[in-house]
Design a protein around this ligand. Sequence first.
Ligand SMILES: *Cc1c(COP(=O)(O)O)cnc(C)c1O
Length: 314
Amino acid sequence: MLASSQAHYTHSRLTRVLETPFRAVACDLHGRMRVDLLERECARGDVGTVVVTLGATATGAVDPLADVLRLRERHGFRVHVDAAYGGYFTLASNLAAEARAAFDAVEGADSLVIDPHKHGLQPYGCGCVLFRDPSVGRFYGHDSPYTYFSSGDLHLGEISLECSRPGASAVALWATMRALPLVRGGEFARGLEAGREAALALRAAIGADARFAHRFAPLVVPELDIVTWAVRADSASASTAAARRVFECAAADDLHLAVATFPRALVHPTGAIGTWDADAVACLRACVMKPEHRAWLPEILMRLDRAASAAGLA
Ligand SMILES: *Cc1c(COP(=O)(O)O)cnc(C)c1O
């Protein structure tokens, strides 16, 4: 099993549970899986599944799915798309060309995960895995003398790992999508577009606004609605400490950021760090996932400025 170094930890964790080898493929400066390195890994001849992340949890980066699918033709691995975070963005009309191309290639995936509890307006835990070929259900199939099914088709009760469970989250998702249909140009899609607009505006402000440009350095250009930035400092360890202080001061002012740690390769090009005394640096991350965040941007920037000052950033 291969996935990018920015893929969700669930993939390496589950391969340990399954006692299946896992290798991480390094990312480019956009945080996307490097297909040239993936190709090199494939030359070893033992790749079973490649996980392609459409919307990495930390950066929102979208891996180049179409390129991976072309490699599959030669190497015959399975392609699993992790669209847990990003899947719904296929409805947005304001993606950059690379992300658009990746979402448009999704039909070629062998399986796909999407989490309605991320962008689908559902509470935890509402997630699902979809398979291109339903007959893979036979690998999960089991017989039991206690259960009975009303049709000859594979039934979720026979092929899922979970046994009894409530149907409430399925019904809630169904009802939500009736109210806010998954259509381009619809209200739900416009909400996603607003989040992406807010992310681009927030990134631009962090990079250029006089309150921020000397304190912060933005990382990758947002592909979805996640913005990441490093704190400028003399050393990686000082930057990490400052990011944690800004995080705390912002939270005290009801601005809820996250701290995400990134490897030197991703942060170095920003020029934010003087001396590299660590291989990784904790950065700040904002997920502007509510449509209202766009209108709130001036307030968000004001609080970020306050938090940076409270954290002692000159
Ligand atoms: C959240 C997330 C997961 C894990 O999903 P949960 O069901 O929320 O635990 C997997 N992959 C990505 C990219 C995610 O963002």
